[in-house]
Design a protein around this ligand. Structure first.
Ligand SMILES: [Zn+2]
Ligand SMILES: [Zn+2]
Ligand SMILES: [Zn+2]
Length: 87
């Protein structure tokens, strides 16, 4: 599946990025320690769709738009509102 990639400056939600680091090494909602994502609005750490999708649940509950990869060897930002990766 192909995902949209847009420039960070093209995402109107990128101004909401406030937190980009955390020492937390597991999901706030379950025991998952792999494929973690961090909410860049509140800093919460959650598992991804490969586990129980607590990242998506968090977005649905709070509307916090952008997550980043957390503790993975590669870095990315994903905006739920734009439905796109930010470069
Ligand atoms: Zn956006
Ligand atoms: Zn989880
Ligand atoms: Zn959040």
């Amino acid at each position: 599946m192909e995902y949209l990639r847009i420039k960070r400056s093209e995402c109107p939600h990128s101004a909401e990025i406030r937190v980009t680091a955390s020492e937390q090494a597991k999901c706030s909602q379950c025991e998952a320690t792999q494929h973690l994502r961090q909410c860049t609005s509140c800093g919460g750490v959650f598992c991804c769709e490969s586990d129980r999708a607590h990242n998506t649940e968090h977005f649905k509950q709070t509307g916090h738009p952008i997550i980043k990869s957390h503790g993975t060897p590669y870095d990315f930002l994903w905006c739920y509102q734009c439905n796109a990766y930010l470069e």
